[in-house]
Structures are given as C-alpha cells and as structure tokens.
Design a protein. Structure first.
Length: 265
C-alpha cells in the first residue's frame, strides 16, 4: 500500500500545479465543445486533464484512473484516481469565477484522499480518510449553528444537464417548493451550482448545510468533496437511494440535520 505521506504530498502538489495552469489559461481564447444536452467542455479542460493524468501515470503507473474527459483507464486495479479537471466548465466558459479542480484517490472502492482546488480564490481543500480535513494547510471543521433559522444553506437547483438524465419536469414543482420553504425558513439560501465547492465551504464552516436538488449529480462528481466534508465532521444523508452512478445527498453540520430533513420531506 502506498504511504499516506507520499499520497498527500503528491495530490497537494498536483492540485496546486493544475490550479496554477488553469489560472494562467483562464482568460485566453478557447474552443467550446457541447458534450451533452447542457454539458460543456473546452480545450482547456482537456489540457489541464492531460497535465494531471500524465503526472499520475508517471508517478503511479499501475494505478487506474477515471477522468471526466478521458473516461476509464485501467479500471481493474486496487487504486483508482478520480479526476474532474474543471468542475463547473459552464462557468469557466462564461468567465464566472466559480469552478474547481477535483482529484480523489480510492483504494478498493473507498475514497482515501482528496484535493479540491478553487483556484480563483486560492482555496485548496484536502482530506485523508481518518486524518481530518484542511484548507490551505490548516484544519477545518463544520459550523456549530444549531437552528435552521440561523443557517446558511447551499442549494443545487434542478437542471437538465444530460439528455439521458430523468426529466426534471417530473418533480420540478415539488423541488422548487422545497426551495421556497428553505428561503422562508433559513437565514440565507445560495447556489453557486458547483456542488463539490459547496460541500467544501460547508466543511470549512462557511455554510451549515448543502442540499442537492439538481438531479444531475454523479457519484464521481463528489467522491472527493464528500470525504472532505465527512472528515470535517459533516453528516451525509442520501436523499435518494444511490442508483448506478446517480447521487443525491444532503450534507449538514449534524446539528440541523433533523430540522432540515423535515423541510425536505
């Protein structure tokens, strides 16, 4: 088994270098590709992915990789790296400065380390299983907010991102009713669309809860951020039974789980 310190040093350096690359290319002209219904990518996604994958393959040639653009590489291995080179590509396309680089490592199907880099604000989140969570090298913990009326909640709104995704028309009204109840009850409801970033902000105590109403999240999207949230003390509740690659979760600081759950029901 690879030493924890080796993994930590590697993933942090890789994430930082990828973030620097992304920032240096953030305002140049770029080619935009439509991968799916409302799922976009650019040549920069592919270039930063190539940087990340080349580094992983050089350092750990026997490891598998699942990456957003490249797909599966050597999947039948004990170690599997999960990479989203730009989580929030639609933001990146429009120069909205909310997007992250997500890198996680799984061992025998369990996420053991993760780094989420939000390069526009120089926030680099990291966690390792049973080792706590950090932001720029300092330990982080979820908030102590105890009442929903005082809570800041990060919400992912319903979206039809993929053509083969179940239609949001089926329960769109019901999900938006939840948003109405949250706005009426909570101190603040916000959405930046990029769920992994929202979960990391929750881990650092900026938000008190995260609620996914999007219908478009896949388990690969949040393999790293859920570990970071968990290691910071968060509680993770599945709003729908995980099915295939689909994932829909509520993440809280534990203190408001019950109260928030009543609104979601």
């Amino acid at each position: 088994m690879v030493a924890r310190d080796t993994i930590k040093r590697f993933i942090l350096k890789l994430s930082a270098d990828a973030g620097a690359f992304l920032q240096s290319h953030s305002h140049r002209s770029r080619r935009v590709y439509r991968k799916d219904f409302h799922d976009l990518a650019t040549n920069v996604d592919i270039e930063v992915e190539k940087l990340i994958l080349n580094r992983i393959q050089k350092e750990f040639p026997g490891h598998g990789i699942y990456s957003e653009e490249a797909g599966l590489i050597r999947p039948d291995t004990e170690y599997l790296w999960i990479v989203d080179p730009i989580d929030g590509s639609a933001h990146f396309v429009r120069n909205i400065p909310v997007y992250t680089i997500n890198i996680a490592l799984q061992y025998q199907g369990k996420t053991i380390a993760a780094a989420i880099n939000h390069p526009t604000t120089e926030q680099l989140f990291f966690a390792e299983a049973d080792g706590g969570a950090m932001l720029n090298g300092s330990p982080i913990h979820v908030s102590k907010t105890g009442k929903l009326s005082d809570a800041f909640v990060f919400v992912e709104l319903p979206e039809q991102k993929f053509a083969r995704q179940p239609s949001i028309k089926k329960d769109f009204v019901a999900r938006m009713k939840i948003v109405e109840r949250l706005v009426a009850t909570c101190a603040q409801v916000e959405t930046y669309r990029v769920g992994a970033f929202g979960q990391c902000l929750l881990a650092a105590g900026a938000f008190d809860a995260y609620v996914d109403l999007s219908g478009s999240t896949r388990k690969w999207d949040q393999a790293g951020s859920l570990l970071i949230a968990k290691e910071a003390g968060a509680e993770i509740v599945h709003l729908s039974p995980p099915s295939g690659d689909a994932l829909r979760a509520m993440v809280t600081n534990r203190r408001i789980t019950k109260e928030l759950g009543k609104i979601l029901r």
